[in-house]
Design a protein around this ligand. Structure first.
Ligand code: CMP
Length: 138
């Protein structure tokens, strides 16, 4: 079925000038852009967004990284969007990411891995609502 996922081009991807190339790869792969904006998360925003990881050893580093500069947030629509987008971005660690995936092409490390992709339909809806109001989705 057609469904939606949520993505962010993370601060490393934006800083390195990869925004256009990443969006091009996403649309060329058949995803329709439902919502799109450049924004910056505050420390409090990043803490809340990554609440599920709050007990992990990398949480502090993750929050600092995700709030250090602008991101590009988007809601994407496609047949089987959540799973297909995770295939498109590749493994969390770019060293393990398949050839041709966004993380293989643009990510630097496990922490600074260029893009986010929701891991379930439920989280896609929660994460989309975190960044976008209903009036910003088309
Ligand atoms: P993502 O899967 O989008 O969301 C959780 C993020 O935590 C993950 O991307 C990485 O950016 C980060 N992360 C996961 N594991 C580690 C780790 N071992 N060290 C640092 N950051 C990590």
């Amino acid at each position: 079925a057609t469904n939606r996922t949520f993505t962010m081009i993370k601060p490393d991807g934006v800083e390195d000038g990869h925004t256009g190339a990443i969006l091009d790869k996403i649309t060329a792969s058949g995803f329709r852009i439902v919502a799109l904006k450049k924004t910056q998360m505050t420390v409090a925003d990043a803490q809340a967004f990554y609440e599920v990881h709050s007990e992990r050893p990398f949480y502090g580093e993750l929050v600092e990284f995700m709030s250090r500069g602008p991101i590009v947030a988007a809601v994407l629509e496609k047949e089987n969007a959540v799973a297909d987008f995770r295939t498109l971005i590749g493994a969390t660690n770019p060293a393990d990411a398949a050839e041709g995936t966004i993380r293989k092409m643009f990510a630097k490390s496990m922490g600074e891995n260029a893009v986010h992709g929701s891991d379930s339909d439920e989280n896609a809806a929660i994460e989309s609502a975190f960044h976008f109001s209903g009036r910003e989705m088309f």
